[in-house]
Design a binder for this molecule. Structure first.
Ligand SMILES: Cc1cc2nc3c(=O)[nH]c(=O)nc-3n(C[C@H](O)[C@H](O)[C@H](O)COP(=O)(O)OP(=O)(O)OC[C@H]3O[C@@H](n4cnc5c(N)ncnc54)[C@H](O)[C@@H]3O)c2cc1C
Length: 456
């Protein structure tokens, strides 16, 4: 069954409903690929209008696919011909900002950067940051429980949310706009919606908890001669720099070499052909005469935990170090076609996993290259594997090997359509059963973002 589009248009007005070529002009897959085949894209401008539209869809057994900024990387926004896409693009803006408490109330379609800039203006920090900040929305980030570079210090999206407003598939509005840090009154429904990838309802507003903006940030890149050194450095940084450690990003030698020496895309800030490079960042709320990161690294050099280091002396130099870490394009160009992976596993297993992975990939195809980098402080690595003409074969190797180490097939990006065949590798049968029971209780007709996370 399907909803009557004329009735939806009547409800939302012409600006609120896109049809025909306006729908086809929108993408259907990650990275802006494909053309959306949905029946319509609706764009409500208030929670109440959205609730009325969803109630209408529910009554008509109409499937609905929530859309934020479309920057997700696991095809969570992909529509089939019978679906209606629901875009939050007109539900955009900051409703209120309590600058004394550091609490901001935003509509779900608000881009991350708008929130970050508004927070910064009043001396606060919204600490989840990611490359797609200009386009990714707060609603989409909640739905995917987004991470980023500072998770080691501030946690993921889940940790920034005090309250939520959402519309359930049948149009009921859940007003859980809690502003308190403490509220132990039964089940915390916001945590069901965070990371649910739009399969349980649509997030319409959020209460965000901001952090004090640090006064000074220091950045450095160092060399470790083996993985044992990287682990020791992380432990020392976590204990000695403690809560001032805001990033610990590792690059395996081949990732640094590709971005710097092989492609010449970046100036060499440290000599190439070393085993591991680590980018560290520390952020501080007080002004000190010394650079605490430099003091820490001098000690690590002295005890041979690291063998070389470069410390940024300006914001521009810090950007230069980050640019080497963030340049994910070099591998895409050099090892076409490349597949990107986002996995996590306990740090103690990381070396065994990456070594076994490289061996298995070589056995599968001697030409394939695997560059490794990522948020090591969070146990999260990204893999760039290519040339990879047979994606399924590579997926199987990467994901099956993770099971031995109790790893996760998705550290940050979610399951969407792309990873659902591998969900059972990292969640037990009982866990998946409970997930499906929750889905059935909240969305008994299976109308919300059908086929995402698990097949229906
Ligand atoms: C260059 C680049 C860098 C990135 N870096 C990171 C990173 O460091 N860390 C990270 O975690 N991710 C990263 N991502 C992935 C992406 O930005 C995040 O997943 C982001 O949270 C998606 O937000 P969005 O608004 O674009 O959501 P969309 O892509 O529109 O949607 C993502 C999912 O959420 C659902 N959804 C969207 N809005 C809502 C809503 N209001 N209510 C309910 N469900 C909804 C959709 O149905 C879909 O399943 C990156 C992406 C790019 C392109």
């Amino acid at each position: 069954m399907s909803v009557n589009i004329d009735q939806l248009t009547q409800l939302l007005g012409p600006r609120g409903t896109l049809l025909g070529d306006d729908v086809k002009a929108r993408p259907n897959y990650a990275w802006g690929m494909g053309s959306c085949p949905a029946r319509a894209i609706i764009r409500p401008s208030s929670t109440e209008a959205l609730a009325d539209a969803m109630a209408m869809c529910y009554d008509a057994h109409q499937t609905m696919v929530p859309w934020g900024g479309l920057t997700g990387l696991v095809n969570g926004i992909t529509c089939a011909e019978q679906d209606i896409a629901i875009s939050l693009e007109l539900m955009n803006g900051i409703d209120s900002f309590d600058a004394d408490a550091g609490v901001m109330v935003v509509k779900a379609g608000t881009p991350l950067q708008v929130v970050q800039d508004a927070a910064r203006e009043k001396g606060w920090l919204f600490p989840v940051d990611l490359g797609a900040r200009g386009t990714a929305t707060i609603g989409g980030m909640i739905a995917t429980n987004a991470g980023g570079n500072s998770v080691i210090r501030y946690g993921m999206m889940r940790h920034q949310i005090l309250g939520i407003e959402a519309v359930l598939p049948d149009g009921r509005i859940i007003d859980a706009m809690n502003e308190m840090l403490k509220n132990n009154t039964g089940y915390d429904l916001k945590h069901l919606l965070i990371g649910a990838e739009g399969t349980l309802g649509i997030v319409t507003k959020a209460v965000l908890k901001l952090q004090p903006s640090p006064l000074r940030t220091f950045t450095a890149m160092v060399v470790c001669d083996d993985f044992g050194g990287v682990k020791k450095l992380l432990k020392n940084a976590s204990t000695q720099l403690a809560s001032s450690l805001t990033a610990f990003e590792a690059m395996w030698g081949n990732y640094y070499d590709l971005n710097v020496a092989e492609t010449g895309r970046h100036q060499a800030v440290l000599p190439p052909h070393q085993a591991f490079y680590v980018l560290l960042e520390s952020s501080h709320s007080e002004i000190t005469e010394t650079n605490p990161l430099e003091v820490f690294l001098e000690e690590q050099l002295g005890t041979e935990v690291i063998s070389d280091a470069v410390i940024a002396n300006s914001a521009q130099q810090a950007d230069q170090l980050w640019a080497i870490r963030d340049d994910v394009e070099a591998k895409v160009i050099a090892h076409k076609p490349t597949i990107g992976y986002d996995v996590s596993l306990p740090l103690r297993h990381m070396q065994a996993y990456t070594e076994q992975l490289e061996r298995a990939l070589r056995e599968c195809d001697p030409n394939v290259k695997c560059v490794i980098f990522g948020h090591l402080g969070d146990g999260n690595i990204h893999l760039g594997i290519g040339p990879a003409p047979d994606k399924k074969a590579i997926d199987d190797i990467v994901y099956n090997l993770l099971t031995q180490f109790k790893g996760s097939v998705s550290a940050e990006h979610g399951i969407g359509l792309d990873k659902r065949a591998y969900l059972n590798l990292c969640r037990t049968e009982a866990e998946i059963h409970v997930m499906k029971s929750i889905k059935a209780a909240i969305d008994p007709r299976g109308l919300m973002n059908p086929g995402k996370v698990f097949a229906q």
